[in-house]
Ligand binder design. Structure first.
Ligand code: 3PG
Length: 217
């Protein structure tokens, strides 16, 4: 596998929160990316759940290279390839099937694969994935579950995503095995639809301020 840690680590280290967005209108993508950057967030995960997602990824990648645009909800090798050719700098998956991992390992674009149980975490670690998405974080045991994996599996650091809020994010980020969190609260669909970009900048700024100062090994 290719340098999953080095490439992804740079993106995840720089951002305590990775905004997860579902974009219906690709014309909003550039302004959204600018709003996040203005708030101090330099990554965005665009979920492949809408027809507009690939267009949005292409536009952000071409127009705002300062932000690391990732493709989220990548479920198949075909989606992986499409995301990579569209300019995604990383891919995120809710889980990890063997076919998806093969696609990731054949690509220059790194994958943040999802895991929920210690066995899934260990299976991914065996393939070299030291950075994993813990998903769906709140439903799968939340902070207590992530904390419980820190001592037995210290080699893996997580990006808990799914039900994380502005309120719970800091507690996740205080754990030694959490590199960042993901969540949709930073760029809510309602704010996007109403083009409230200054509101999104405000939320991004609060999210960027959640950085735990003492860097973790
Ligand atoms: C998702 O599934 O969209 C992401 O995990 C974000 O989840 P959230 O809306 O609970 O933050």
């Amino acid at each position: 596998m290719r340098d999953q840690n080095r490439v992804l680590q740079t993106v995840l280290d720089a951002n305590p929160v990775i905004p997860v967005v579902t974009i219906e209108d690709p014309d909003l993508a550039v302004e959204l990316a600018r709003a996040l950057l203005a708030g101090g967030i330099s990554a965005i995960e665009v979920t492949l759940r809408t027809a507009a997602a690939i267009e949005a990824i292409k536009t952000i990648a071409k127009t705002i290279p300062e932000i690391a645009v990732g493709a989220g909800t990548v479920l198949t090798p075909a989606q992986y390839a499409l995301a990579a050719t569209s300019g995604a700098r990383f891919c995120v998956a809710p889980g990890a099937s063997p076919a998806l991992l093969d696609a990731a390992e054949a690509s220059a674009v790194p994958l943040l694969p999802g895991a929920m149980t210690p066995t899934e975490v260990l299976s991914l670690l065996e393939r070299g994935y030291r950075l994993q998405k813990f998903f769906p974080a709140e439903a799968a045991g939340g902070i207590a579950m992530v904390q419980a994996m820190a001592s037995p599996i210290p080699a893996v650091r997580f990006c808990p995503t799914g039900g994380v809020t502005a309120q719970s994010a800091f507690r996740y980020l205080s754990l030694p095995n959490v590199i960042c969190v993901g969540g949709s609260w930073v760029a809510p669909e309602t704010m996007l639809q109403s083009r409230d970009f200054s509101g999104i900048t405000h939320l991004a700024s609060a999210a960027a301020g959640l950085r735990v100062r003492e860097r973790k090994a």
